[in-house]
Design a binder for this molecule. Structure first.
Ligand code: PGA
Length: 236
């Protein structure tokens, strides 16, 4: 089964680190795994990808649609750097006040500009009702074409950067609920990723859950560990 692995570098890295990452990534051979690298905007141009299994993504997109938007970056600019994917609605952006309505706007802007949104959803606390996550999915996808295959990253907020991960059964349950919701909404297919504190020691257990791939934060900066995870997933 084809898996998708997304690296979210967040506000980390520098030219030197990314040059060493790209060197290794360009040599990486996989059989059946797609890799998406999402650097900060200012480093997009450093990512000269020469590996057919690897695509470029970014970490956000603007909802402004005119040139009088100081500080924003347009979809057309992203296309010039061969960006194909956009992380949308990450909890670290939701924390800054991003709303479900804005996330929905961003998803639509991506789809209208041939960019694939990776929609992040997840409960704040372990004790939260999982149905909240399904509301986030539904709101993010409002008024989008049913011909799309939504990419949903289930990222429990309490698991991001904390070293805590959910029981595999919880990931399974959530992934099944997300798939059922997407089907209910009228889409044929979807891709469900898991993200939150994945590392070289826990990835294979997580990957046995009913997910199509991983969204990796901190570990994507440790290139050897990242490659070990990619290869491990690819060989499964
Ligand atoms: P983490 O981050 O892997 O460092 O927990 C995941 C994410 O925020 O997407």
């Amino acid at each position: 089964m084809r898996r998708l692995i997304v690296a979210n570098y967040k506000m980390n890295g520098d030219k030197k680190l990314f040059a060493s990452i790209i060197k290794k990534i360009n040599k990486l051979k996989v059989m059946d795994t797609k890799i998406v690298l999402c650097p900060p905007f200012v480093y997009l141009d450093e990512f000269k990808i020469k590996n057919k299994f690897v695509s470029l993504g970014c970490q956000d997109i603007t909802i402004q649609d005119n040139s009088k938007s100081t500080g924003q970056i347009s979809p057309k600019m992203l296309a010039e750097f061969q960006v194909k994917y956009v992380i949308v609605g990450h909890s670290e952006r939701r924390k800054l006040g991003e709303t479900d309505a804005q996330i929905n706007e961003k998803v639509k802007i991506c789809l209208n500009n041939d960019l694939l949104p990776i929609i992040c959803v997840g409960e704040e606390k372990k004790s939260d009702k999982l149905d909240l996550v399904l509301c986030q999915v539904e709101r993010a996808l409002e008024n989008t074409s049913k011909d799309n295959t939504p990419i949903i990253a289930y990222e429990p907020v309490w698991a991001i950067g904390t070293g805590k991960i959910p029981e595999p059964s919880r990931i399974d349950r959530m992934s099944e609920k997300i798939r059922a919701k997407i089907k209910d909404l009228g889409y044929q297919n979807c891709i469900v990723l898991y993200g939150g504190s994945v590392n070289k020691d826990n990835f294979s257990e997580i990957a046995r859950s009913k997910i199509d791939g991983l969204l990796l934060g901190g570990v994507s900066l440790k290139i050897d560990e990242f490659i070990a995870i990619v290869k491990g997933i690819d060989n499964e």
